[in-house]
Design a protein around this ligand. Structure first.
Ligand code: 5CA
Length: 447
């Protein structure tokens, strides 16, 4: 993409309404625009990152054997009356009535809708196990929407639902989700720690939240510092293996790590030596739940068993805060100049800065770099504006592309361009071909 043909409305001033750095940077980098409290338009740069995050979530869910689909945002109130949550959900639910006076709502989550789909089409143990998921907009009429996309009213969530014959099978589904979430967050350059949490309005008492440690996080958390040394890394896990998934769960959840709702000081002190006890703040980027037959019993979702009996299915639901993740990633990865995107989610793979727009040699070198990067499957953002170098660098630093290639007449005389890392600030001179080869190699690790 050439910057002169793109839509990147960066702001010079720091917006006064933004209280935390990720919100400020998303506004300044022209990624989002608020349309009303807690509701945002996703401008092209923000939309690109949102899509990258969605893509990672899809790939990892499909790898785990979960099946993508799409349910609507508007739901009939009657389904929620069946589960008993229509009244329980309270003021966070946006209630709407259509022209016929039928009660509708903008879905805050989808347990009822998916259970209705299940009971309409599945009736036998032979069709289990089954996990369906979608990535869809949700609405929760939060009393205090704040921090930009972190606590929105309209937000994008991946929500998945497992249907299993019994508790053991459902716990395997729970473990599969835990593994797939660890993989997903690491691909986004994040460490998200599973912590024992509270079921809240979804229900169930077996649940973990995934937290990214950050001072601006809304949750208070307590944990054993050893847990921050755990890495999922590049290991291969067989999602069909009960033992392998269980082993990952044990490795990542055996140490003390809880949100304030489930924190127990006496257990904390008994289990964790004082030097390793930590309390901090965290951003909740996902949550997994096992709630057994809560919805299947209330809504009559059952299957025939091998011996001809009938049992309600065991279920769980599993969410990732897709739009919140943009804020979480920026909170975890920025400096005073702007965002620093991890390679896995960056909106463009690299920037090209032409130091002397209009100079024949510099323009030609930028064009050929652009073509070479594109031919190798990389997407550059070429700053082809007639601006001074300082302004171009400032824009690149603000929007946070992890790599920048700087092209100028002086370097070209020696046959070189400069490749700069946004994270370390280090630059290296090399031929344009070598710069392309280096980027291809770097991004090969992030496919
Ligand atoms: N049905 C379950 C799992 S599918 C569910 O709704 N879980 S949840 O309530 O924990 O939401 C899942 C994730 O969505 C949260 O972990 C959080 O990352 C994100 N989320 C929740 N509320 C908001 C909000 N107001 N703004 C942005 N993201 C949110």
């Amino acid at each position: 993409m050439r910057l002169t043909r793109y839509f990147l409305p960066v702001l010079k001033e720091t917006p006064a309404e933004a209280q935390i750095v990720s919100h400020r940077l998303m506004l300044r980098a022209g990624m989002i625009k608020q349309s009303s409290a807690g509701i945002y338009s996703w401008l092209p740069l923000g939309f690109k990152v949102l899509r990258r995050i969605e893509q990672i979530v899809h790939e990892e869910q499909i790898r785990a054997g979960h099946i993508p689909m799409l349910m609507p945002t508007l739901q009939p109130a009657d389904l929620w009356r069946e589960s008993g949550r229509y009244d329980d959900y309270g003021q966070e639910m946006l209630r709407i009535s259509d022209r016929h006076g039928r009660d509708m709502l903008y879905g805050p989550t989808n347990e009822e809708l998916i259970t209705d789909i299940f009971r309409s089409h599945v009736g036998s143990y032979k069709d289990l196990p089954l996990t369906l998921y979608h990535i869809q907009w949700k609405f929760r009429d939060e009393i205090r929407p704040r921090f930009g996309v972190m606590r929105g009213r309209e937000f994008l969530m991946k929500d998945g639902y497992n249907f299993d014959i019994d508790q053991d099978a459902a716990l395997h589904a729970y473990n599969r989700h835990l593994v797939s979430y660890l993989r997903s967050y690491e691909r986004m350059g994040l460490q998200a720690i599973p912590m024992r949490a509270d079921g809240g309005p979804i229900g169930g008492d077996y649940t973990h939240e995934f937290l990214v440690l950050a001072e601006t996080g809304e949750s208070e958390v307590f944990y054993d510092s050893e847990i921050t040394d755990l890495k999922f890394g590049d290991r291969a896990v067989d999602y069909d293996s009960v033992a392998e998934c269980q082993a990952v769960l044990e490795e990542f959840t055996s140490r003390y790590a809880r949100t304030d709702e489930t924190h127990d000081l006496s257990v904390f002190e008994a289990q964790v030596p004082e030097a390793r006890r930590r309390s901090a703040r965290g951003i909740e980027v996902g949550q997994i739940f096992y709630f057994g037959t809560k919805y299947s019993e209330a809504m009559g979702a059952s299957v025939v068993t091998p011996d001809g009996g009938r049992v309600p299915v065991h279920m769980g639901s599993h969410g990732i805060g897709v739009s919140r993740l943009l804020g979480a990633i920026i909170e975890a990865s920025h400096d005073e100049k702007g965002i620093i995107w991890p390679e896995g989610v960056t909106p463009f793979h690299c920037g090209i800065v032409n130091l002397k727009q209009g100079d024949g040699a510099a323009d030609a070198a930028c064009d050929s770099l652009y073509a070479a990067l594109t031919a190798n499957g990389l997407e550059p953002l070429y700053d082809d504006r007639s601006e001074r170098a300082g302004a171009k660098f400032a824009t690149m630093d603000l929007i946070g592309l992890p790599w920048r290639i700087t092209v100028g007449p002086r370097g070209l005389e020696k046959g070189v361009v400069e490749l700069t890392s946004r994270r370390t600030g280090e630059s290296e001179e090399m031929t344009p071909e070598a710069a392309v080869a280096r980027l291809v190699q770097i991004y090969a690790a992030h496919r």
